[in-house]
Every structure is written in C-alpha cells, then in structure tokens.
Design a protein around this ligand. Structure first.
Ligand SMILES: [Zn+2]
Length: 415
C-alpha cells in the first residue's frame, strides 16, 4: 500500500545543471550536495557519469563525501553507461542507478531509430545489468506522457519483472495538464501487474508553467516520488520546483496530506547557495524563494500585515528560512509602514515628524522606486535637522492598533 510519505528526488545537479548557464565545477557540486543533504532530500541525482569525465568525477565525489541521501547517477540503456554509473557510485553508502530510454513512437522513430521491441529489450537488459551494482534501480520512460499506453504498460511490467524498484514517468516536454497526468498515473498503476511492488515517480517540466501542479496531480493519483530541483532550474523552462511542491504539501495539508523529510528552514539557504554558485539570480516574483515572495509594498497590504500577518501571508517567511517579511517602502506605502520601518531601525517619530518623513519618502520613492533603510535614516535626519542615524538591527515591535484612513494606510492594489 502506498504511504503518505513522499520521496524527494532532487535533480538540481543533473537536470538542473545541464541547463544553459547553470553548469558547476566538481567542488561546487559537492558543496551543493552537502546542502541538499541538510535540506533533507531523499535522493540526490549527482550527474550523468558517461556524459563527461567531470560529471563522472562529480558523481564519485558526491558518492564518497555526502552521507544521508541515496546518491543516484543517470545512465542510458547502454551497457557502457550502466557500468560507468555503477563505478562512479561505488563509494556511496546507498546508491541508485537511474536508467532511461524514450518510449514514445516519435522519439523511437525520429531520435533513436529503434523499434518498440528493441526498446523494450534494451530497457530490460539495462535494468538487469544495473543489478550487478545495486538493488536500487530506477527506470525512466522518457516522453512517457506521449507514449502509447499499451506499449508503455508492457515496458513498465517488463522492467518491474527485471528487478526495477522505482518507475519514473516523465512529462519530458511539459505538455500535459494536471487532469491528464492524474488519469495517466491512475491508468498505469491500475493496469500494470505488481505495480504495488514499486514506487511510481513524477518528473514534470515547466514549459507551460504547470510542473508543480502536474507533479502534485501525479502524487494524488498514486506517485510517491517527486523529481524536482532547487529554484525549479532545469532543461528549457525548468523542472518542478522543490520549494513549491514541498510547501504546497505543508501549507495545504488539508488537500495534500503528504509528508516529506524536508527541513523547510533550509529551503531559502539552498536557493541562495545555488544562486551564489551559478551566478544566476532567481526571478523576483518566484514563489517561495523570490526576492518579492514575502515583500509587501501596497499600502493596504502593509497595513493588514502590521495588524495581523495572516491577512496577506499564507506561510511565514521564517518557515522557509527567509529572515523576515519585508515591508518595502515605495510610493504605494502608507504612514503605518513608514512608522513601523522607522521603529525597526530604532527611530520613534512624533506625529508631525511622521507627516514630514512620509511626504519625503513618497517623493523619494517616485524617483528611486524603493527606499532602503539608509535612505530612510537620511530622511529622518533631514527632517530632524541632524546627522543621519545609522540603521539599527531590525527588531519586531508591537502592532499598532488604530483606525486607518487611506492616508495612513497608503494606496496600491488591495487585491
Ligand atoms: Zn527532465
């Protein structure tokens, strides 16, 4: 019987790393793998050993130096790939060979120039060969969601019989919708004999922005492994983002009653480390880990946040390792946010000072877009006719309780 515990298979170092602009050196991969272990992922896919010497070395180093998660290496259904992966993974305490072959007629005919029968034989032979190195074997049917259902079921049945333990069914081109993915997993799990003996896995790409939704749809239909990456990096538009899938199960446990081994407080540090290692910034509005994910500029939102965070916050920033929510001072901010931000840098304003500071901040924000703590301190100093006060450490203060007018709250979008 499937349990409600999801296996988090992280492929940041393989699918993520192969995306343009995200390549990492061996030492950097080991550093990120250590952080993934702290994050609590169950499986780290460390690379594709046959692809290059450096990839093989990265898998070997991660296998030798990182303890906790299972370490996986990717291999096509070729004997040389399997042997290379088996060798690179040999130092791991727990190792997995992940072998794959495309099963859709389009890929078979146009890319591999292979018949269905040859494909099936290659898949079975690869799984058998992988068993020389480990009992933990994952098979992926590339382009599974566009494969013929009868043929796909035959392949899955055959690799299970050959000793495969995890069956991954990728939406390789990010073409599926959540209802299709759910029906697809339901059909395969119900049709394939002994499907309860293996773990089914989802690997969804984000070409239509549906990767996390499709992944969760697969889970609801019986998949118990999810393949994902930090910051959602990966081929083309990327993979399902680890932070989105995990936090959806945390925040909406009422609809998605699944647990993971993830220490969510390590989500933001993992995102930051990946950004540091690759030099690739996360888009500001990215869910969970983007710069704006917990920032509130609209005055109506800021006012609500100051009174009760739950008005505009469905999860606490500290739960994912973000130091605190940010009240961004901009032209949409109101007096409440200006007063609070001043309190956070150690300045208590008299009512008439607040008016003057507020007016100056709005004027400054028109030119500068946002106002940082240093700007705020300078404005306060100007209003008071003294030197700029250095911003102090930001400390939470009590929420003021007074009736709000638009001038106090500020403007900006309320929805
Ligand atoms: Zn992929």
């Amino acid at each position: 019987m499937p349990t409600d515990r999801l296996t988090i298979f992280d492929t940041t170092l393989r699918d993520g790393e192969q995306a343009p602009g995200f390549s990492m050196h061996v030492d950097e991969k080991v550093r990120l793998a250590r952080q993934l272990a702290r994050l609590g992922v169950d499986v780290i896919e460390a690379g594709f050993p046959i692809a290059s010497e450096a990839d093989a070395e990265a898998v070997r180093r991660v296998a030798a130096e990182v303890r906790g998660p299972v370490i996986a290496g990717l291999a096509r259904c070729h004997p040389a790939d399997i042997d290379r992966a088996g060798l690179a993974l040999s130092p791991a305490a727990r190792r997995r060979i992940h072998t794959f072959i495309a099963t859709s007629d389009l890929h078979l005919a146009r890319k591999l120039r292979m018949t269905r029968e040859t494909c099936l034989d290659a898949a079975v032979a690869a799984v058998r060969r992988a068993r020389r190195y480990t009992d933990d074997i994952q098979f992926s049917a590339e382009d599974a969601t566009r494969s013929d259902m009868d043929f796909l079921c035959r392949v899955v049945e055959a690799v299970i019989a050959a000793g495969c333990t995890t069956i991954n069914l990728p939406d390789t081109v990010g073409y599926s919708t959540p209802d299709e993915v759910a029906a697809f997993f339901t059909a395969i799990i119900s049709r394939v004999p002994h499907s309860d003996a293996v773990t089914f896995s989802a690997h969804c790409h984000d070409d239509l922005g549906l990767a996390a939704a499709n992944t969760l749809a697969a889970v609801c239909a019986g998949a118990r492994q999810v393949e994902c990456t930090v910051n959602g990096i990966g081929e083309r538009a990327g993979n399902a983002s680890l932070e989105e899938v995990v936090m959806a199960t945390r925040v909406r446990a009422d609809r998605l009653p699944f647990t993971t081994g993830i220490d969510t407080a390590q989500i933001f540090p993992s995102s930051q480390l990946l950004t540091e290692l690759t030099g690739q910034a996360v888009q500001a509005n990215k869910a969970i880990v983007g710069r704006n994910a917990f920032a509130h500029e609209a005055g109506i939102h800021q006012d609500g946040m100051l009174k009760d965070r739950r008005t505009y916050e469905i999860m606490r920033p500290e739960d994912v390792g973000v130091p605190q929510a940010t009240l961004v001072l901009g032209k949409h901010s109101g007096r409440h946010a200006v007063r609070r931000r001043c309190e956070q840098i150690g300045v208590t304003l008299e009512p008439q000072e607040l008016d003057q500071v507020y007016t100056a901040i709005v004027a400054l924000a028109d030119r500068e877009k946002t106002v940082n703590d240093k700007d705020l301190a300078a404005v306060v100093a100007r209003v008071r006719g003294g030197a700029a006060a250095a911003p102090a450490a930001i400390v939470p203060t009590a929420v003021p309780d007074f009736n709000s007018t638009p001038a106090e709250v500020g403007y900006g979008h309320g929805v």
